[in-house]
Design a protein around this ligand. Structure first.
Ligand SMILES: *[C@@H]1O[C@H](CO)[C@@H](O)[C@H](O)[C@H]1NC(C)=O
Ligand SMILES: *[C@@H]1O[C@H](CO)[C@@H](O)[C@H](O)[C@H]1NC(C)=O
Length: 299
């Protein structure tokens, strides 16, 4: 997810690769856990209370309960230099298999980004895979992402051979997630990221939520940067073949983006697609609209 991480993580894997595991055992992961940003140090994954507020305060990130009481303080880790957003994501390295995106280059901020989707049928076989499906949004620097995520398979916050949802905020090498909740196949989901207010040019307050019958989840993010790069993404790990993916297409429908401060407008733009040719999995923009777009991932 964050390109700068891949170099760090690749080097970790090289170190880990030197240890020869006993026959029949996976190599030890030395505290690494899977996240929607690949394998990460488990010490950098933080489960936050539902409806928490996460705020950058100089060199720390403060996590507050909804009632304003401090929950946790985490040091800001060096996220490295900004990367070039147009080639920021390398699917083979990051786990991003295919995605649609819209990058807001000028004008009013993205005020609202939402989409509906439905929990797909489980994959035909359980191969130890982890699949993440999400709308997400990043700043131009590519150093963070805000995302309501549907997950199949295990990750650092739990999960298994069933679907779960959680909201994530990744900043630098720190990973914040709400507690996961299990969702049944066929359940309607609505993922939303909206800009609540802009306090200063370096204080952008967003809400990220996943809306489901029987229990919405979400959190507030005070981002030092405007979020400009919206994507609809399939990310996956430990895939052995088509049977590792959901059985049947995934449709993001009623995809809506609004820009503006007080008045909201349709940005009047269109979605672009990035596919990883080697995977044979494609994103297809069926209705190319910022008001009621339809984007389908075919496996
Ligand atoms: C705020 O909420 C947390 C979690 O429920 C609780 O532990 C704390 O005591 C609350 N603080 C106040 C001031 O109510
Ligand atoms: C970003 O990458 C694109 C495509 O490779 C290139 O055309 C553009 O000049 C780059 N921009 C910056 C700021 O490096």
């Amino acid at each position: 997810m964050l390109k700068i991480l891949h170099a760090i993580i690749s080097s970790l894997f090289i170190v880990i690769g030197l240890a020869t595991p006993p026959p029949g055992h996976a190599p030890p992961l030395l505290g690494l856990v899977l996240t929607p940003g690949g394998q990460q140090d488990s010490a950098n994954v933080h489960i936050v209370p539902d409806r928490a507020r996460i705020t950058r305060v100089v060199s720390e990130i403060h996590v507050f309960h909804e009632n304003g009481t401090l929950f946790k303080t985490v040091p800001v880790t060096n996220a490295g230099p900004p990367s070039n957003v147009t080639r920021r994501v390398a699917p083979a390295a990051s786990g991003w298999i295919t995605y649609a995106y819209w990058y807001k280059t000028t004008g009013d901020p993205i005020a609202w980004f939402e989409t509906d989707f439905v929990v797909p049928p489980a994959p035909a076989s359980c191969t130890g895979q982890t699949v993440f499906l999400f709308p997400g949004i990043e700043p131009a620097s590519g150093t963070s992402i805000v995302q309501p995520v549907l997950q199949y398979g295990p990750s650092s916050i739990g999960g298994g051979n069933f679907w779960v949802i959680a909201c994530w905020y990744v900043v630098g090498t720190q990973y914040f997630a709400t507690k996961l909740s299990q969702v049944p196949v066929g359940l309607a989901l609505r993922g939303l990221i909206d800009l609540e207010y802009v306090a200063t040019p370096t204080d952008w307050s967003y809400w990220v939520g996943m809306y489901v019958a029987g229990g919405d989840i979400g959190m507030r993010i005070d981002s030092p940067e405007e979020l400009v790069w919206a994507t609809l993404t399939l990310e996956a790990y430990n895939i052995v073949g088509p049977q590792s993916y959901p059985a049947g297409p995934t449709t993001f429908s009623d995809v809506l983006i609004r820009v503006g401060d007080w008045e909201w407008d349709d940005p009047g733009s269109s979605w672009s697609v990035v596919n990883d040719a080697t995977e044979g999995i494609t994103t297809n923009v069926v209705v190319n609209s910022m008001s009621d777009g339809v984007v389908v991932i075919d496996y």
